[in-house]
Design a protein around this ligand. Structure first.
Ligand SMILES: [Zn+2]
Length: 129
């Protein structure tokens, strides 16, 4: 069975669903009960765009244990066109192709396998738009 955390984050991973602050409009992915910008607890469910811009990025030579076969790979901080920030690995391109301001599309991709059954877990990755 996938971990409880993975199951909780399925809406964010599969559909880019999180929360938006009713007070200042800041998006949070995955959903939060408290706004990361203003501290308000007035958050509402929100779905975010799958199109975004790379704000900053790095090239990982030592990645998470489940991504060692993919190293080196690019990891980017992305802001969706409707203002939600998230961190996602790059797919479908070499890390050398990453640059600040680059347009990307968020897509569902295989991330890892969990448990003795080898259940495949999916998550959000960024591909050049
Ligand atoms: Zn806020």
């Amino acid at each position: 069975m996938p971990s409880a955390r993975y199951s909780r984050e399925i809406p964010a991973r599969y559909r880019i669903e999180g929360s938006r602050c009713k007070k200042c409009g800041r998006g949070a992915l995955p959903a939060r009960k408290t706004c990361p910008a203003c501290g308000s607890t007035e958050m509402e469910p929100a779905k975010f765009s799958d199109v975004g811009t790379v704000l900053t990025w790095t090239k990982l030579h030592v990645g998470a244990s489940f991504m060692t076969l993919d190293t080196p790979y690019g990891m980017a901080v992305i802001e969706t066109e409707d203002g939600c920030r998230l961190t996602a690995p790059l797919a479908g391109a070499d890390a050398a192709d990453l640059e600040t301001g680059m347009k990307v599309r968020l897509v569902l991709r295989r991330i890892t396998e969990e448990g003795s059954e080898g259940i495949i877990c999916y998550g959000t990755k960024a591909v050049p738009a």
